[in-house]
Design a protein around this ligand. Structure first.
Ligand code: AMP
Ligand code: MG
Length: 339
C-alpha cells in the first residue's frame, strides 16, 4: 500500500479534508493531527476499518481506542448514558486533551472498546481533526505509532512508523501539548482518573470533587491485578536503549551521569552545559509544558546515540509533569533510581 500524504496549506485545505474524510467513510485509515499527539483514525462504526488500526499498529486487541467527536451533539451517537457531570466536564474541557469513559452506544464497533461495555470519548482541540470528523463520522484514533514505541508528535514520526501500512497521513505541524489526553471514567463510583494528561486532577475535581487516581498511574500492576485502563498495563513509549528514570536534584543528577560510561543523559536545559556525557535536553525545569511537548521526540532520538543506557532526569509530578512522569516510568519499564 502507498500511503498518501495530504498537505493542508490554505489553497489545498478543503480538498485535503474532503479526500481524507472520503477515505475514512469508505473504511480506510488516515493519520490526523491533534493537539496531543498524531492519531491513527478510522470509522468508529465500522469493524473492518477498526481492524486495520490494530493491524497497522500491532496493537493488542484488548487495548481499547478513544472515539473522537467534533460537536457535542455527536456524544449521543457514541455513548448510551450521559450523566449531567459529563456535560459539565465537556463544557469546561472540550475541545481539549480530556477523555471521558461512558457507557458504550450501540453503533460503536465492539472492537473499538476492546470487548468492554464502555467507550472513551474526546473532542480534540485541532481544527483539521474536527473538520475531518464533521465531513465523515466519529473516529476511533489511538496514537499513530507502532505499539510500544514513543507516540508521534510530528507527521514525519508517523511516516517513520506507519508508511505503507495506512491509507493516508495529514502533513500538519507539530502537536502543541505533546502527551496523550487525560482519561477519566464516569462508570465507576467514585469516578477515577485512569491516565494523566494536560488536564489535571485538580482541575477535574472542581466538577468531580470525589475523583480518585487509579493505582496504575504511578505504580506497576501486580501479576494478577486487572487494569482499569487496559493500555496502562503494556510496556510503552520505549526506545531500544535501556532506560533508567532518575529522581534527583540537579546537582546529584549531573554528578551521577558524569561518572557513568556508555550512557547518555536526557536532562533539563538548565543542566545541559554541566553534563559531560552525550545528552539531549527535553525542556526547562521551570516549564512542565515544555517537557510534555518534547518528551516523545526526545525518546525517539535516544537510539541514534548508540549507547547502552539512557538516564532520564524525572520531572516533578506537578501539573502536566505527572503525565510526563507517567509516560517515562513506562518507557523505563518501572526502573527508577532515587539519588
Ligand atoms: P491511545 O489510544 O494510545 O491514546 O490509548 C487509549 C487509552 O485509553 C488506553 O490507555 C486505554 O486503556 C484507554 N481507554 C480507552 N477506552 C477505554 C475504556 N472503555 N475503558 C478504560 N480505558 C479506556
Ligand atoms: Mg498510544
Amino acid at each position: 500500500m502507498i500511503t498518501k500524504k495530504y498537505e493542508v496549506s490554505n489553497d489545498v485545505y478543503d480538498k485535503s479534508i474532503v479526500e481524507a474524510a472520503n477515505i475514512l467513510k469508505s473504511g480506510g485509515t488516515v493519520a490526523i493531527p491533534t493537539e496531543t499527539v498524531y492519531g491513527l483514525a478510522a470509522s468508529a462504526f465500522c469493524d473492518d476499518a477498526i481492524a486495520k488500526i490494530f493491524i497497522a499498529k500491532g496493537r493488542p486487541q484488548d487495548n481499547p481506542l478513544i472515539v473522537h467527536i467534533a460537536d457535542i451533539s455527536q456524544l449521543g451517537e457514541v455513548a448510551a448514558e450521559i450523566p449531567d457531570e459529563a456535560y459539565k466536564l465537556a463544557e469546561k474541557f472540550w475541545p481539549g486533551p480530556f477523555t471521558m469513559v461512558l457507557k458504550k452506544g450501540e453503533r460503536v464497533s465492539n472492537s473499538v472498546c476492546g470487548g468492554l461495555d464502555t467507550v472513551a470519548v474526546r473532542m480534540p482541540n485541532n481544527d483539521i481533526a474536527r473538520d475531518i470528523i464533521r465531513n465523515s463520522v466519529p473516529l476511533a484514533a489511538p496514537s499513530a505509532n507502532i505499539s510500544g514505541k514513543p507516540s508521534p508528535t510530528t507527521a514525519n514520526h508517523v511516516i517513520d512508523d506507519l508508511s505503507g501500512k495506512i491509507d493516508a497521513v495529514i502533513m500538519a505541524g507539530g502537536c502543541s501539548v505533546g502527551v496523550e489526553s487525560t482519561v477519566i471514567t464516569l462508570c465507576t463510583n467514585p469516578p477515577k482518573l485512569l491516565r494523566p494528561g494536560a488536564v489535571t486532577a485538580e482541575q477535574i475535581r472542581e466538577i468531580l470533587p470525589d475523583l480518585v487516581i487509579d493505582n496504575a498511574v504511578l505504580n506497576q500492576l501486580g501479576k494478577d491485578e486487572k487494569a482499569a485502563s487496559p493500555g496502562m498495563k503494556y510496556k510503552h513509549y520505549a526506545p531500544e536503549t535501556e532506560v533508567v528514570l532518575v529522581e534527583a536534584d540537579s546537582k546529584s543528577f549531573v554528578s551521577y551521569v558524569n561518572a557513568q560510561e556508555n550512557c547518555c543523559a536526557v536532562c533539563f536545559s538548565e543542566e545541559e552545559a554541566l553534563i559531560d556525557v552525550k545528552k539531549i535536553c527535553y525542556g526547562s525545569i521551570t516549564s512542565e509544558e515544555s517537557l510534555a511537548k518534547n518528551v516523545f521526540s526526545t525518546l525517539r532520538k535516544v537510539d541514534d546515540l548508540g549507547v547502552k543506557t539512557v538516564y532520564i532526569h524525572a520531572p516533578e509530578k506537578n501539573g502536566v509533569g505527572l503525565a510526563v512522569y507517567n509516560r517515562l516510568i513506562r518507557a523505563a519499564a518501572f526502573k527508577v533510581m532515587k539519588l
